[in-house]
Design a protein around this ligand. Structure first.
Ligand code: IPM
Ligand code: MN
Length: 329
């Protein structure tokens, strides 16, 4: 990324409310004064139904030259589960090595936490298969892949993030009492990396207990690091306790910057309300703020975040909410 050129950003509206909320995010970015060179991609369930295209390798290669990707939402009710999720979203996360999924949850005055979810391994890796499929003796396995390399780079990222925050607190969330192989690796790596960060206070919670704490006393958390599936589940809960999933933003990061990072709302394509103007675009706008921050536009990102204060509860249509945020930026 040279200083003299605009950020080149790939944009994928996707399905359902995706294009609607993405349009508002772009509107707000423009109001912030940051210039982007946008490259649009028509991908998602609707495109797949039209011509069978999910994510061709050539497009993935083309993306390596981008600075970032902003995505609205993908998922279509007429497409079987897994096709777009694995073929597009996970192919993107794995192919671009977006190994950190960063999901902040903020609810003044007390709640300010960030979940760091490992984004390329675990049960998402696709290890497993069927034996005797379709018979009465069918077997399905879905292994959890945990490499020392993959766990360590994610845990290191979480420690570095925690070290730079006011509270400097990091919680490992896992299920070490039952997952005695993967949990053991996570705990050992966590303890080893902790030695390099004496300034960060650490603790450990089982994932089931963490669910109770999320509901009863989430303000106890600062930064959380966890595996892919626990992080998926915990971050929906995080959205639910911090103003609703319509507010939850996420960054799929390649912290080594060997390629673009991808930014998307935690929510899905909500086909039931697509086209009605009822989608709140705040999660997409906040995802855009995460993107600008990662691109070095910290000032614009902060202005956008501030402009979103209260927008999760705002009445009005998708574009009216976008206008209101844009006017405050
Ligand atoms: C998310 C979503 C995805 C995930 C799905 C759509 C593959 O739920 O980003 O949290 O499970 O990671
Ligand atoms: Mn999820």
């Amino acid at each position: 990324m040279g200083p003299s050129r605009n950020h080149r950003v790939g944009v994928i509206g996707g399905d359902g409310i995706g294009p609607e909320v993405l349009a508002e995010a772009l509107k707000v970015i423009e109001a912030s004064g940051v210039d982007l060179d946008l490259v649009e991609y028509d991908l998602g369930g609707a495109r797949y139904l039209r011509d069978g295209t999910i994510l061709p390798d050539e497009i993935l290669e083309e993306w390596r030259d981008l600075d970032a990707i902003l995505l609205g939402a993908v998922g279509h009710p007429d497409v079987a589960p897994g096709v777009i999720e694995r073929g597009l979203l996970l192919k993107m996360r794995f192919g671009l090595d977006l190994y950190v999924n960063q999901r902040p949850f903020v609810m003044p005055p007390d709640l300010d936490m960030v979940v760091i979810r490992e984004n390329t391994e675990g049960t998402y890796a696709g290890e497993g298969g069927f034996l005797r499929k379709g018979t009465a003796h069918e077997i399905a396995t879905q292994g959890s892949v945990n490499t020392r390399f993959g766990v360590e780079r994610c845990v290191r990222y979480a420690f570095e993030l925690a070290a730079g925050r006011a509270r400097r607190h990091l919680t490992l969330v896992h299920k070490t009492n039952v997952l005695n192989f993967s949990g053991d690796l996570w705990q050992r790596v966590f303890d080893e990396v902790a030695e390099d960060h004496p300034g960060v206070e650490t603790t450990y919670n089982h994932v089931d207990a963490a669910c109770i704490h999320f509901v009863e006393s989430p303000e106890r958390y600062d930064v959380i690091v966890t595996d892919n599936l626990f992080g998926d589940i915990l971050t929906d809960l995080g959205g639910a306790i911090s103003g609703g999933i319509g507010l939850a933003a996420s960054a799929n990061l390649n912290p080594d910057r060997t390629g673009p990072s991808m930014f998307e709302p935690v929510h899905g394509s909500a086909p039931d309300i697509a086209g009605t103007g009822r989608a709140n675009p705040t999660a997409a706008v906040l995802s855009a703020a995460l993107m600008l921050e990662f691109l070095g536009e910290a000032d614009a990102a902060e202005r956008i975040r501030k402009a979103c204060t209260g927008s999760g509860q705002m009445g009005g249509t998708t574009s009216e909410i976008g206008d209101t945020i844009a006017a405050k930026v």
